[in-house]
Design a protein around this ligand. Sequence first.
Ligand SMILES: Nc1ncnc2c1ncn2[C@@H]1O[C@H](COP(=O)(O)OP(=O)(O)O)[C@@H](O)[C@H]1O
Ligand SMILES: [Mg+2]
Length: 382
Amino acid sequence: MERKRLAQTSPAASAAKDKIPQLCFSHDGSGEKNTAKRIAVLFGGCSPEYHVSLQSAYAVISHMNTQKYIPILIGITRQGEWYLFCGDREEILSDTWHHPDFCVPVAVSPSRLEHALLCCRDDEIGRIPIDAAFPVLHGKNGEDGTVQGIFELAGIPIIGCGVLSSALCMDKDRAHSLVKAAGITVPRSCALKKSTDAQTALSSAEGIGYPLFVKPAKAGSSFGITKVSDHSALPDAVKLAFAYDDTVILEENIDGFEVGCAVMGNDALTVGEVDEIELAGGFLDHKEKYSLKTSAIHVPARISLEKREQIRLTAQRIYRILDCRGFARVDMFLSASGEIVFNEVNTIPGFTAHSRFPDMLKAVGIPFEQMVETVIEQALKA
Ligand SMILES: Nc1ncnc2c1ncn2[C@@H]1O[C@H](COP(=O)(O)OP(=O)(O)O)[C@@H](O)[C@H]1O
Ligand SMILES: [Mg+2]
């Protein structure tokens, strides 16, 4: 039914594609007069977190002030193809956006003089000028500095973290090393490579002690993570983690609970409320993260004001140590003994209507629309 609907070129679909010439420079290069800033919003992505990105991008687009900003939508398929998407944003949410009626291939011009997207327009290359790029992509090939590199090369402002911080924060092992070197507690851990033999992995695990966490060094949304309670489950957990990355970390289990803090800004920072994840058992695995069936998120965290302040200060320090810009969500544990232990930084945290990052900012009086405007303006000013 759905396929049939999409297979026919509906009037809505033709109208969608008719928008393309309006977005492009006219042939004489004069362009249109609208002073609203053109923001390329990237969604989807060649990542296991493709689906979450669709929801995050939908929320970002829905909360953009269209008097000030023209969202120019770039959909990236699971296979990594880039398209200018001209259809209705509901097609993003329902994952029906990727259809020839709504899409034309697009690329970023590497020229620092152009600040433009290149798209196929009839038999010519059309140029769509953009003022900034907002990658709303999660995980590999989107949150890890690769996409940021394309825009940095082209001299186009990026809304959010740049190449270095994106790459560092995506790599849990290297992020831990830097944060630890600055004197902040991190869980004890060791990194395994594919060439590490099973016996070495087992003795490293013994050194850390069970239960422990086995994680891909570079992944997200809890993909490939297992909490291992004894040595018999270690080989399968390591194998699963290696399916997501070529480095795997064995990490000490931190008794206590996870807390997070939203941070926005470049020089002066705006810090959200601290939240707390209450688990019924186990850990925040992929299913639980997006269903919250047995766990709950509390904003603010149910801890003393003094402890929340300490967590907010630690989050800001970590943000700076890892060279973050724009925005990021800093996740930590509050251990059973009251110690703040670094977990990870999400440089493009979930932005869905139920996500933690916008909720933490809402709790300090910053609604979603204002958050989107703030991060865009910061990037345009930088
Ligand atoms: N060292 C740890 N101690 C206790 N729980 C952990 C630890 N590491 C991860 N977890 C649990 O696993 C979840 C996912 O791990 P995390 O490192 O945050 O990966 P991701 O990038 O996939 O979110 C966390 O939200 C937490 O519930
Ligand atoms: Mg996490």
